[in-house]
Ligand binder design. Structure first.
Ligand code: GKR
Ligand code: MG
Length: 451
């Protein structure tokens, strides 16, 4: 009987990269973001790679997988991933209240992230190399498309000079207009449109998402209207991460309905009702489709979301669901006339490549893929990062993930993690916020600049 190669080594490398002072309901992004990179080696000499959220808990979970991985056949990846999931499930018992991120409390994000997703990517990368097939051919419904449409993820940006001693990167001398733009204070509809124009020039995006939860609801919707006027053909979406009260969301979104293709997590838990109930009411009142990465992040939440009819577009981030879970959702949604997409947090090019493979294997009419990559572009951990051109990424023909790790770049990103980024291993967006509003505290129902 033929056997597939066996895993001989696992390395977990925590890394950091630079970020802009981006505003969200959670506060302001720190000057650094962190990720964990998994590198598996098999006895044919191949390496497979995966990327997942940063933070010490996730790093430790990955390290603890070691005995469960060594000697395992890559062809048996489904059983291996199941065993890792079960291992973590037991370890996490009693550590989380199970709320997930339906109120965007980012201290709970680590419990939504499934560390085994990074191992699954690395194993599928190895399997693809062994079989000489791109990863998307091995997953979900098999390869469905040759290119994947991406969206332009816009943020309100704070003036980083207000937090000078935090040391945000200065790219004002860059030759790339977008790299300069991504540090320019952006708080008005005109400035948001300018941000989108510069983004479009570099990447050719047709669709845009604006991260809200920063200014009052009606001000953010003015930016949405301005975007739609400037990009009438584009799909325009706003994501305040549940900050709005139901009534203001209904009134505001009805007024901006002509400009919105859909709304992402416009409302949240309120008055004793869960996010799922609130979104069902929002949808009934407005008829505007709802996307979420907050209230349907696992199978149990997904079930209740369907029962309540509270969602149209599930942004099934493979880091939350694993690749196979995300694609199982994609198949279900397609069969039921609903829509699949992906959610992102700050990430490197390994995650970008993973998104491309996942989206390539998702059947039907998927929504443009969400990515923070534009904020990190230029900081490559691979020798051949995916390229966004004309708003799409071409699916690589190379086997596995289709990327080659750059070990020198990885070592530098690891050094950054251990040095300048040492205070930022676990994300806390309240820190930078103190420079803008002293004693600022997170409040899931107050946009971050409304205090
Ligand atoms: O990274 O600041 C961020 C985002 O706001 C992130 O926390 C959200 O989870 O991008 C995400 C979203 O779409 O909700
Ligand atoms: Mg979202």
């Amino acid at each position: 009987m033929s056997k597939t190669p066996k895993i001989t080594d696992i390395k977990v490398v925590p890394v950091a990269g630079y970020d802009s002072m981006l505003m969200t309901l959670s506060g302001a992004h720190a000057p650094y973001f962190t990720r964990n990179i998994v590198i598996l080696t098999d006895d044919s000499g191949n390496t497979g790679v995966g990327e997942i959220h940063g933070g010490e808990m996730t790093r430790q979970e990955l390290l603890d997988y070691r005995p469960l991985l060594l000697g395992q056949e890559i062809g048996n990846y489904r059983a291996v991933i199941n065993s890792l999931f079960e291992f973590n499930r037991k370890k996490r018992m009693g550590k989380t209240d199970g709320e997930g991120i339906q109120s965007l409390d980012i201290s709970k994000l680590k419990f939504v992230v499934q560390a085994e997703a990074a191992v699954e990517t690395a194993m599928l990368d190895l399997l693809g190399k062994y079989m000489d097939l791109p990863m998307c051919a091995l997953m979900g419904s098999g390869q469905q498309r040759d290119e994947v449409r991406m969206l332009g993820y816009l943020f309100y940006i704070s003036d980083q000079n207000k937090a000078k001693d935090l040391g945000y990167r200065d790219e004002s001398g860059s030759d790339v207009a977008w790299f300069r733009q991504r540090h320019v204070e952006t708080l008005t509809p005109e400035a948001v449109v300018r941000e989108a124009e510069v983004l479009q020039e570099r990447y050719g995006f047709r669709d845009f998402k604006l991260k809200g939860g920063v200014l009052p609801c009606k001000d953010e919707l003015e930016a949405i209207k301005a975007l739609k006027k400037r990009f009438p053909e584009g799909r325009i979406n706003i994501d305040p991460n549940g900050a709005w009260h139901l009534q203001e969301a209904i009134e505001g979104c009805m007024d901006a309905k002509w400009a919105l293709s859909y709304a992402e997590d416009p409302v949240g838990p309120e008055a004793g009702f869960s996010s799922r109930e609130m979104h069902a009411e929002f949808k009934m009142a407005t008829g505007i489709p709802v996307a979420t990465n907050m209230f349907a992040t696992n199978w149990r939440q997904f079930y209740h979301s369907l029962v309540e009819k509270s969602v149209d577009i599930v942004l099934a981030d493979p880091h939350f669901w694993t690749e196979s879970g995300s694609l199982r959702i994609a198949q279900n949604l397609n069969d039921w006339g609903l829509t699949w997409g992906i959610h992102s947090n700050n990430h490197f090019d390994i995650t970008l490549a993973t998104f491309v493979q996942c989206a390539a294997a998702a059947p039907g009419n998927i929504t443009a893929i969400d990515t923070h990559w534009i904020w990190q572009d230029g900081q490559y951990l691979t020798k051949n990062p995916p390229i966004i051109k004309d708003g799409v990424i071409k699916v690589p023909k190379a086997p596995g993930l289709g990327i080659e790790l750059d070990m020198d770049a990885l070592a530098k990103a690891n050094e950054l993690y251990e040095t300048a980024a040492a205070a930022y291993h676990d994300r806390d967006d309240a820190v930078a916020m103190q420079y803008l509003i002293p004693n600022w505290k997170f409040d899931s129902k107050k946009p971050c600049l409304v205090r």
